[in-house]
Design a protein around this ligand. Structure first.
Ligand code: GTR
Length: 435
């Protein structure tokens, strides 16, 4: 039993510790990107979990052991410790064509908007697919599918594209201060999509505003598609899926819809994403093997980069700044990456043997370009099991010198963004693997 004095001391000690924790939490979220490690010599020694060794010590020496034992184990670890899971089970989908323009982009594309409803309620959770296919295509085309950041209307000036009614991130530069999309911002993200080149090369593009599926703020998982899975989960399970899981789920539902679309070959769809949406494309490729190719553009921490390198963004920082992206269990690894039972070479390996493209930008040190390359390199053994050609060297290629085999990588000059250069490489990779 504690005497009064001891108890007081204990309480004030606990209070002090709590304050420290709070200060630490607050100050961490305020730390600017400059205050993290960008010095290769300060990367701590780290050990990556073995990709081809099962939990019971069995070594993976065949495609069968990989498919039936190791791959499911790795997938489970990512569900349990990183992204979390959403309740399984089919959600009936309804669709409605919102618009169809046969001569969009100066006659180059058929452009359709398809609303996908996730419930019987027309005002319930839903998403709008914006679908471009080459005008006059006579057979189903391979396609890229990926979320956009600010709404489908950001791809083109055309006022016929529906202005999203979903919650959007405020952006002063676009005049958005009340989380509502504005007409004035139409075509603001056109440079990130290279639509004329994509359709010109014979591909389709399917894009969706990610906030339709789950608005990107921490609201305790009440909005977006989380509402479909019951709000009664309180307290939230430590392995319940966060926003990245929700976004991945949305892309799978979009692929469900494409399976009965006559213009797109649903067996040849590459999932694409930039940054947080690149983390999402990797998790989508891992959870839904129907996607034929996976592209992660500058996906960084929690995406392609090796988290155990502690270079640029860290697990602690990402969970503090974006508490809704991952599952609660992921927070166990705040400042504790060494204890993570997985790292992101295993996330990439979950897409094997399908072709995977990882891309970085030279100035995007926050996303740890070398860590992104190394992850792809260390995922190699899973691809080799299938006879796929991967990279032999752990040294990344020079800037603006893409390397493509059955996996691909480039680091280009410039900042965190998606550019025409990036799309040129993705199209070339798709020409090899999706044709
Ligand atoms: C940053 C975040 C990154 C990346 C990026 C983005 O603030 O730290 O992990 O996801 O946002 O999505 O633009």
């Amino acid at each position: 039993m504690f005497g009064i004095d001891h108890r007081n001391r204990l309480w004030s000690g606990l209070g002090f510790a709590f304050c420290l924790l709070l200060i630490n939490f607050r100050s961490l979220s305020k730390l600017s990107a400059e205050e993290f490690n960008y010095d290769e010599s300060k990367v701590p020694p780290y050990t990556l979990p073995e990709l081809l060794k099962c939990e019971d010590g069995t070594l993976v020496d065949s495609i069968d052991v990989w498919n039936t034992k190791r791959r499911p184990e790795i997938l489970r670890m990512f569900e349990e410790h990183v992204f979390g899971t959403l309740p399984a089970g089919k959600i009936p989908l309804r669709t409605k064509i919102r618009s169809s323009v046969p001569d969009a982009l100066e006659g180059r594309a058929l452009r359709r908007e398809v609303t996908v409803y996730f419930s019987d309620d027309d005002h319930g959770p839903q998403m709008d697919l914006l679908i471009y296919t080459p005008a006059g295509a006579t057979e189903p085309v391979p396609a890229f599918m990926g979320y956009n950041f600010d709404g489908n209307h950001m791809l083109e000036k055309d006022p016929r594209i529906h202005l999203t009614e979903s919650w959007v991130l405020n952006r002063k530069e676009l005049g958005i201060e009340d989380h509502k999309a504005r007409d004035a911002s139409r075509s603001g993200s056109a440079s990130r999509w290279s639509v004329p080149e994509i359709v010109g090369r014979g591909y389709g593009l399917v894009t969706i505003y990610y906030g339709d599926v789950d608005p990107d703020f921490d609201d305790g998982f009440q909005n977006g598609i989380h509402a479909l899975f019951g709000k009664g989960d309180s307290p939230r399970a430590a392995n319940a899926g966060g926003s990245i899981s929700a976004w991945a789920w949305g892309l799978s539902r979009a692929l469900d819809v494409l399976e009965s679309d006559s213009t797109i070959n649903a067996k040849k769809v590459a999932v694409f994403g930039h940054s947080r949406l690149g983390k999402t494309s990797l998790w989508t490729g891992a959870t839904d093997q129907r996607f034929a190719m996976v592209i992660a553009n500058e996906s960084g921490c929690g995406g392609a980069a090796l988290d155990k390198r502690i270079f640029g963004e860290t697990v602690s920082r990402i969970n503090t700044a974006f508490p809704h992206w991952f599952c609660i269990n992921h927070r166990k690894y705040n400042n504790n990456e060494a204890e993570m039972p997985v790292d992101n070479h295993m996330l990439i390996a979950l897409s094997a043997p399908r072709p995977v493209y990882v891309a970085s930008a030279e100035e995007d040190r926050w996303a740890d370009p070398y860590g992104e390359y190394l992850s792809l390199y260390h995922a190699g053994p899973a691809f080799r099991l299938f006879g796929r050609q991967v990279f032999e060297s752990d040294q990344m290629p020079a800037v603006n010198s893409p390397v493509q085999a059955d996996v691909a990588y480039h680091i280009r000059t410039g900042a965190h963004d998606v550019t025409e250069y990036d799309w040129e490489q993705y199209l070339k990779f798709a020409d090899t693997h999706l044709r």
